[in-house]
Design a protein. Structure first.
Length: 322
């Protein structure tokens, strides 16, 4: 199957976002959502099976162990909308549990057409599950699902893999408020959240000895070269993971190893990077378990239940819209 073609709109939005982010005063940035093209999505799947990256396994263990309990706490019928489905592999446990009691409509919402295609391929053959993908931003796709449901249908929103950690804390809380505004009272949100753990363990998860995470990070520059006609020399950058103690987050950066000039044709941009200057590509905020219900309460949800993995501190929290 050929990869989905890029549209002129996608290229234009990508170019505008790159220009805006790289010209920010002070710290240059690139939006983390663009890490996930076809190559980036494949590399992230590889990251998820690395021994140093326990997050995905913890997420999956909790879903596998508690999917029946989670589903039994939900009203019926329920439609499932997943924000950032990725390949959809770990979602299978929830969908299979639901399919044992009802015909289930599942709506993966992704901006990456490659991830969406992989998800649909992974989950399309589960009995009594219908998969309808939305290639849209999270909130736009969720609104489409919520507005298209029958009057008696409830919605279960899945936000797994600690994707909430990619938001600044205030922005994450505001995002939850916007999710709540899209839902009706009684709808549910299953929120996956990575918890704080020893710093050396966290850093190793984002800077593995095999260099897979480094390749994932550097692929963002390669993608800009491919799609926007840039001339980044990847050999002049080094992947770097940092722990920000004040904000309790992992930061991924690309450090320039020399003074260099880069031109990005589609963004109509030329930048000069100094030696040791970095481009910040992703943040991953870590939480304490008790912070999650508190944040949810301020956003219009109540905590129905929470499960925590013992092997790799990670929480699944079932929240109900009030």
């Amino acid at each position: 199957m050929s990869p989905p073609a890029l549209t002129l709109q996608h290229v234009s939005e990508f170019a505008a976002d790159v220009r805006e982010s790289l010209t920010k005063p002070g710290q240059r940035e690139l939006p983390s959502k663009y890490l996930y093209d076809e190559v980036g999505s494949a590399l992230f799947e590889a990251i998820c099976v690395l021994p140093e990256y326990g997050l995905t396994r913890a997420d999956t263990r909790l879903l596998q162990q508690y999917s029946e309990e989670i589903v039994n706490r939900l009203p019926s019928p329920v439609r499932v909308a997943e924000l950032g489905s990725g390949s959809g592999k770990k979602t299978r446990w929830i969908l299979e549990a639901l399919s044992r009691r009802q015909i289930t409509y599942y709506y993966p919402i992704e901006i990456s057409p490659h991830a969406l295609a992989a998800c649909e391929k992974e989950l399309a053959h589960i009995d009594l599950v219908s998969v309808v993908g939305y290639e849209q931003p999270y909130l736009e796709g969720l609104r489409s699902v919520a507005e298209g449901r029958d009057e008696r249908d409830h919605v279960l929103v899945l936000f797994l893999g600690s994707a909430i950690g990619n938001f600044d804390r205030d922005a994450g809380e505001e995002f939850l408020r916007q999710v709540r505004a899209t839902l009706r009272p009684g709808d549910a949100l299953l929120l996956g959240t990575d918890l704080e753990k020893p710093v050396d363990l966290q850093l190793l998860a984002y800077d593995d000895p095999a260099g897979v995470t480094a390749a994932f990070n550097l692929n963002l520059l390669a993608r800009i070269n491919r799609e926007l006609g840039a001339d980044f020399d990847l050999s002049c950058f080094r992947h770097e993971a940092r722990w920000n103690y004040a904000d309790r987050r992992i930061e991924m950066h690309l450090r320039s190893t020399c003074r260099q000039s880069v031109r990005i044709h589609s963004s109509n941009l030329r930048i000069v990077l100094d030696e040791d200057e970095t481009i910040w590509t992703e943040s991953s905020y870590k939480y304490r378990a008790e912070e999650i219900p508190e944040m949810a309460g301020r956003s219009g949800f109540r905590c129905q239940a929470q499960w925590i993995d013992e092997e790799w501190p990670f929480a699944q929290t079932l929240l109900i819209a009030e």
